[in-house]
Write a protein that binds this ligand. Structure first.
Ligand SMILES: [Zn+2]
Length: 389
């Protein structure tokens, strides 16, 4: 992905101004329209509502349009691309969509804040789980599937993992569209539309570097056969667009090569985000009867058993803007296939039953993870009810 060099190139100045204005107004989408007989107009969508269109002068308009087309190498055949910009010390991903019409051309720019890079430690694994995962992956062969609700956190998790592995002097190579975080420690290949390269040629270049570890941000670009082949001689980490372990497993077990895929699979991980308690205003509290009932429904335990937990709630203070929550906390579903239960899978015919069997044998499930974090005071029981009901 390209980075706009805002201050160094005057033709990009108008574009930079528009993007910065949109970010400053909390817009999620920018619409730029160009008709042959009228000037260029720009409007921003904030929480689903379009602002009144801003009309640009001829000179501004020309420079904005040229900058966008050049930046993303857009044309009527190749209509979407991405790049990122830096604003107020944060990175923003700009995804462009170009519609070439008979009477009017339109470019939409979708803005997405990129979470700052995180370290392995930031993901809040208890030591043993974090170490176990790294040990599992240290043998350098096999397939790792990464999925989750929130696009930026699964990517952030992969980068945290890759950084840990790169520190062990392993050759890490990535293939991404677009590259979200530039990492000096390893080699990253971009195959987004703007880069003008096909997936196959980008992958070929990557393999020439003889990597130990490969990360691919879009699993659907590789066939099952390729996943199996490349993971037999590398650690192949693949991001999948699934939002739960169940849907990830359904995809796995519905594949005609599911037995081979499963034997290549080292780890499947699904990440979801929760709001963590503010530690500065945390107090012990009692759960209400209806909360106990909900928790018992979620966990399958009796309300009396649930009530033996210690519940803590953050009441709000200046450090958490009086809302009781601090930053994001991550919850994990983790599957590490092993022989003891994988052998039983072959005796089960239906996909649903196989998913259930795998779910019963997860190394960690997000509800257990949430419950551990509740015990540590990191997560409130109300947040658990919100997430799992
Ligand atoms: Zn607080």
């Amino acid at each position: 992905m390209k980075k706009i060099l805002i201050n160094k190139n005057p033709t990009l100045k108008v574009l930079a101004n528009v993007l910065h204005y949109a970010i400053f107004s909390n817009a999620e989408l920018i619409r730029i329209q160009r008709a042959s007989d009228s000037p260029l107009t720009v409007s921003c969508s904030v929480a689903g509502t379009w602002s009144a269109p801003m009309t640009l002068t001829d000179e501004q308009a020309q420079s904005l349009w040229t900058a966008l087309i050049d930046q993303a190498q857009l044309n009527e055949y190749q209509n979407n691309a991405s790049f990122w910009i830096e604003y107020d010390h944060a990175n923003w991903l700009c995804r462009l969509d170009y519609n070439h019409g008979e009477s009017q051309d339109e470019i939409r720019v979708r803005l997405q804040a990129i979470e700052p890079a995180k370290s392995w430690h930031d993901f809040g694994f208890s030591n043993k789980i974090g170490d176990d995962l790294l040990d599992t992956l240290a043998s350098l062969k096999g397939l790792v599937l990464v999925a989750g609700y929130d696009e930026s956190y699964k990517t952030a998790w992969v980068y945290a993992l890759l950084n840990e592995l790169a520190q062990r002097n392993l050759a890490v190579t990535t293939l991404e569209a677009p590259v979200i975080y530039r990492q000096p420690e390893y080699s990253q290949h971009d195959w987004s539309a703007g880069s003008g390269r096909s997936y196959a040629s980008a992958f070929k270049d990557l393999m020439k570097q003889d990597p130990d570890i490969i990360y691919v941000d879009n699993g659907s670009q590789l066939t099952t056969e390729e996943l199996i082949t490349y993971s037999s001689s590398h650690l192949l980490i693949v991001r999948q667009e699934e939002d739960s372990m169940e849907t990830l497993l359904a995809r796995l077990f519905n594949d005609s090569q599911s037995a081979r895929l499963l034997s290549a699979l080292k780890l499947a991980i699904v990440i979801r985000s929760a709001r963590s308690n503010c530690p500065h205003c945390l107090t012990t509290t009692q759960a209400t009867a209806s909360e106990l009932f909900s928790l018992s429904q979620i966990t399958g335990l009796e309300p009396a058993q649930v009530s033996q937990s210690t519940f803590q709630i953050a009441n709000g203070c200046a450090l958490c803007s009086y809302n009781g929550y601090q930053e994001q906390l991550h919850l994990f579903d983790i599957m590490i296939p092993d022989r003891t239960w994988c052998d039983n899978l072959s005796q089960v015919d239906s996909v649903t039953e196989r998913i259930n069997l795998a779910m019963d044998n997860l190394y960690l499930n997000s509800l257990e993870d949430a419950w551990m974090k509740l015990d540590q005071g990191l997560l409130s029981h109300r947040e658990i009810i919100r997430l799992f009901s």
